[in-house]
Structures are given as structure tokens and as C-alpha cells.
Design a binder for this molecule. Sequence first.
Ligand code: 5AD
Ligand code: SF4
Length: 476
Amino acid sequence: MSIIDESVLSLSEDEKQQFYLKYGRELVEEKAKEKGRKLTACVNTFGCQMNARDSEKLRGMLIEMGFQETESEEADLVLYNTCTIRENANTRVYGRLGYLHNLKKKNPDMFIALCGCMMQEKEVVEKIRKSFSFVDLVFGTHNLFCFPELFCTAFTSKRIVIDTEERNGLIVENLPNKRKFDFKSGINITYGCNNFCSYCIVPYVRGREKDREPEDIINEIKGMVADGVVEIMLLGQNVNSYGKTLKNPISFAELLRRVDEIEGLKRIRFMTPHPKDFTDELIEVIRDSKKVCHHVHLPLQSGSSKILEDMNRRYTKEKYLQLAAKIRKEIPDVALTTDIIVGFPGETEDDFLETVDVVRQVKYDSAFTFIYSKRTGTKAARMENQIPPEVSKDRFDRLLAEVQKYAREQCSKYEGREAEVLVESLNEQDPSLVTGRLDNNSVVHFPGCESMIGTIVKVRLNEAKGFYYLGEMVDQ
Ligand code: 5AD
Ligand code: SF4
């Protein structure tokens, strides 16, 4: 088989990548023979669940091409799936590249590949070309599905291969993937984002919103369930705007209803909804379904209506509070969690206190809090009144203390009750315990054994310990 085989040109994108998977396998086998051992590959993931899911696909392709997976970066192939949501995500990758360079000096055959959101930034690619020329392959979020082709090209050439071009919103189905967990999985329903929140780089690096066909989603989930998956998480940057770009549009609530009907599936989660698109219909589906978990992650970002407007979030403090109250009223046992940014340009002490006020009113079960990070190319990066780091840091600390106070309070709510827990792993510190999650996403540790992983059991929540429960199994 030759890499420039004419017949490849007439294939569909799907078939083309299948062809390169086979070709890659030949290349890897040849090299393995030369070395007298299997080649190893290490995929390191930074960032969110979307990246985690993408990495499962990349690992699937690598295994299909004959690599043996390893967690050590002293491998024949190292692939970093990068994130660029905040500046420190980029800094971390540059730091680690120095370390990889040292490994490559010891093993010149080592293949280093970089992909993910950070690679969609022009300045990053330039910097890698100039200062990290030992890298073999760079590809972006739009090119994940051509990884077999890109790998073959880079593996057989001596030069760095770079591909970050968008491919007209093409979504390629049916690529191999290797799930991290046997019993739960993420599943993409939309890619990209159309919202352009003024601080956020995602719309620039992940492109416009593209929805998968509901039939493709349902079939993939059915396949996963047949494979032993009991919990799925529907993934997208803005899941509840799902369906608008389809030829036959459907709502996210309708998709949830259809997923709910899949036999054998026990739990459905979704991440991330946007408050502006949270319909009454969606609240009803979550309330009425037995499978959709009673956990809603509702990113607030700021409690000040002025800052929300500058952030282009398209809701006010009052609208958000009304929505949170409605969700709590309709689904009384719901867990509400959120994302909050402090130090957005122009944020005054009063604006910040509005955010604290929302935290006090909503009483989140948990919250991810971030210091605003300036991302080149976004509207907020060009705003005046950037906040001095010491002011942001002070607000961050005060906010965190507030958030933790309510999180502790919320996590003691179910002390003494019995609840169903999906067992996820052996406890990391004490192997006589297992660790699982309630429907509302709270963590529970209790005595158990490895064979329970992936099953749902009833547990009495004996003691609330701040951010988790200690419990014991009760008769089923
Ligand atoms: N600075 C700080 N936090 C950010 N987020 C997104 N962009 C930025 C930024 N420039 C946060 C938001 C989002 C979460 C995934 O990351 O809170 O919801
Ligand atoms: Fe970024 Fe806003 Fe899109 Fe979320 S909804 S990915 S914060 S632009």
C-alpha cells in the first residue's frame, strides 16, 4: 500500500480514514519488528469532557493501528490533547514540551503529536514551528477524524506536519474509540459554539455549532448500552441549543425524551446547558424522566446584570435567579452547580457583591470558580479596565469561601437517608472502600469490592463529610 495510492482519492472521508488506519498498522508493525517489541503510545488529555471524549477516539485509533497503550510519557508516541480556555492551560503545555524534548533526545525515534483547542490558535502553531521544532505532528479540533491519515503522513516524513484547517463542518461517524470506563461514557451531541461570550475563546477554536443527527446519537448510545454502559453524558458547549442546525430540527428536550426510552440505559447526564436556552419543556423532561439525573450545571459567570451584558450572556441576574428558582421548585431534589468568573474587565466591587448575592440565594451544591483570563482575539481582551491580578485574587478567595460554605451545607442534606449509588471505582486511599455517585452527582465512599464497579446499589448515607458522604450498603 502506498500513501499516495490514487484509489484513496475517490473514497468517502470515512473510508479514507479506514484505509489509513490499515496503512498505519503496517507502518507500526514494521517499526515494531525493527525494535523487537510492540510500540507504545501515551495520550495525555487537558481540559474538559469534550477533550476527554476526543481522546477516547484518538486512543481507539492508536490501538487500531497497533500501538499498546501506556500511561508513561516514556513512550514511542506521545499525544497531548490540549486546552486553551485560560492562559495557564497553554503555559502548562509549553512547560511539559520541554520535558518531552529531553525524552526525545534519549529516544530520537519518539513521535510527538499535539492536538486540541490550543492548536487552533495561529500564534501557538507559529511558536511550535519556531521553538519546538522537535514536534512531529500538530492538528486541530476540526481534524481529529483525519488522525490516521495525518499520522501516516508525519510518520513517513522527516518534517513537522501541521493541519488545523476547518473541513466545512464535516462530522465523520464510525471511527474506533477506546472508552476510559466500561460502564459510563460521554457522547457528543453538538460540536462548536455560536454564542461568542465575550471572554471565551471556544467559538474561535471549536468553530460554529454543528449538531449530530438524533438517529446517529441514539444508535451510538444503543451500541454503548449493548457494550455494558449504564450512564451516559450528552456533551456539547451549549447542549440545550441542540437541534436548531439540523435539516429536521428537534429540541434538546425532545432528544432527551428519545434517549430516555433506550432500554438498559440507567442514567443520563448532560453538560453544558446555557441558562438562556433552558426551556420549561426541558425542566419537565428532567422532572418526569426516571433516568435523567437530578443535577443541573447552570453556568452563572457573573451575578451583575451589567457584567453579564458585557459578557454577552443574554440573561440578567433576575432572569437567572427566576430560572434557578423554577428548577428548584419543579425538581426539589435537584443539585445545582455552576461556573463563575471573577475579575472580568470593568468588574467593580459592587458587581462582585452581586455575584456573591446570587451564590447566597441559589446555594449551589458546588461551583467551579475562575479568575478571568485574557484570551487573544476575544472581545473582552480588547476591553479597557482590565482588573489588577491582586484584586481578582482577593475576590476569588472571598468567593471560594462563600461557595464552599453552601456546598458543605448542601452536601449534608441527605445524611441518614438511603439512595442509589453507581459504583465507579475502588477508593484510591482505602481499597476496602468503593467510590460512587448519587444521581445528583454527590460522591459516596462505602465498604465494597471491585466486582461492584459499574453496578447501582442502595446505600445509607451515614455521615456527610463536607464534600462527600460515608455510607454503607443496605439490603437491595
Ligand atoms: N477566563 C476565565 N474563565 C473562563 N471560562 C471560559 N473562558 C474563560 C476565561 N477567558 C470559564 C467559564 C466557562 C468555563 C468552562 O470556563 O466559566 O463556563
Ligand atoms: Fe464559551 Fe459561552 Fe460558548 Fe460556553 S457558551 S463555550 S462560555 S462562548
